[in-house]
Structure formats: C-alpha cells, structure tokens
Design a binder for this molecule. Sequence first.
Ligand SMILES: NC(=O)CC[C@H](N)C(=O)O
Length: 273
Amino acid sequence: MEVKNNNKPRALILRTAGTNCAYETQYALEKAGADVDLVHVNQLVKEKGLLGPYHIFVLPGGFTYGDDIAAGKVLANQIRHHILDELKRFIDDGKLIIGICNGFQVLMKMGLLPGVNGKEAYLTGNKQRYTLTYNDSNKFEDRWVYLKSSSNKSVFVDDDSLIYVPIAHAEGKFVAGNREDIDKLDKSRQIVFKYVDKDGNIANYPWNPNGSSSNIAGVCDSTGRVLGMMPHPERHIDPTQHPRWTREGLKSEGDGIAIFRNAINYIRRTFST
Ligand SMILES: NC(=O)CC[C@H](N)C(=O)O
C-alpha cells in the first residue's frame, strides 16, 4: 500500500468486520486537516511497517466481530498478538492514538488504556484493573449526552470544556477493581471526560447513561497521547447535526471537531507537517 506524502498530518483508521463509524471519523479528520486512509486490520498485520508514516492511529466505533465474547475483545486480541510492538513504537515516537466507542473498548480490552503510572496492563504483565462492561440500564443507550473535560492531560482535549455529543452503546460502563484504582486514575489526571447534566454538574442516570464509576466517559494513558472515549465526537462535526439547532440557534461548528483539531494541531507542532 502506498501512503500519500503531501506533508499533511496522516491518520490511519482501522477497519475490520463490523466497524461502522469509519466514514464519519474520516470526515471529521479531513475537516480538521488530515490525510486519511482506511486500512483493514489484515493488511496492517500482513505489511509490517505500514503504520510507520502515519501520525494518528484511529480505532473507530462499531460492532467488531459482532461484539462476541465482550465488545472489542476479539479485535483487541488481534492487535495485541500481531501489532502491539508497532503500536508501542508509535506511542514512543510521540504519535497519537484515539479509540472511539468500540475503539475505546478495544484499547481497554488490550490493556493499552488506561495504563496507570506508565504501566499498561498486559504490556508489563500487570493484571487488568479496569474495563468497560454492560450499561446499568441493561439496554443499548442511543442518545445525546453532556461531557465535561476533567483534566488537561490529553492532547486531544480542551481545558474546562462542556460538549454535547451522541452515545450509542450497550457496554459503556467504566469500572475498576476498587475505589483506590479510580483514585489512582484521578490523581494521575487520566480521567479526561465525565458525564454531566446540562449545567455541567455531576449527575446520575440518565445523565450518566451507563452507570460508569465517577461518571467516567473517557480516559487517556500516562503519556496523554492515547485517548479512549465512549461518546462519538465524529457525529457532531457540522452544527446541523445538533438535534435542536433549529430551536436553539445554529452554532459555527459542532462540538466534536475540537478533539480532532487539537490532534492535528499537536501533530503539526510536533512533526512540522
Ligand atoms: N457505537 C459503538 O461503537 C458501539 C460499541 C459496542 N458495539 C456496544 O454496543 O457497546
């Protein structure tokens, strides 16, 4: 496979059986200024080094392998067994990884997230202390939610932002082994998004749509360059995607674009693209 080189930040969106948000994510990244390729996982496994010229590795939403075993688990194992070394190098090189919804599940199931104090589960043989599991409501939650950024550790995330984005998941409840595990994550500022009510206050269901511990909607790794989030920023790029834009007035852009733009700006700064 030939990778374009016109000096723009380059993103690779991973595809496989059941990914269904790849085109929306491509749209978002292109709008933010990236060159984007959709690449099948088999190709990435076959062509060693294929990831090298890219700056952003994206795991999009969907129902990979039918959510069998647990959502994200099968793809997580494929990646862990075939391309983990390449991914580790990718992170060490200062590049970015984002997993959205099913992509977040994949990053969690492979142990790349949350990774406390630089010790990613699996990468160091640590026990997995965190996962995403079935929503408390026991149903697929498909609606819009408010998110507040709760740390500025992730290069993708703006300080003190309140954004409105859709969710669509059945297995989005973030849980940890115990309270101490959550506190550790909090202390290392890796909890980057929390579900809140429309005024930005921590609140229970339905504002916290899945019953996540500490209302966690997104976390980053210890470098701040790997982000996973359950909500879908790529579904709120154009302002007309807001469900009430005719009543509440049209904004200049959707709330989700900032996450992709921050990533592109980081790549431009870091790699002079
Ligand atoms: N939108 C998504 O990526 C869905 C994630 C996963 N299939 C779930 O239902 O939990």
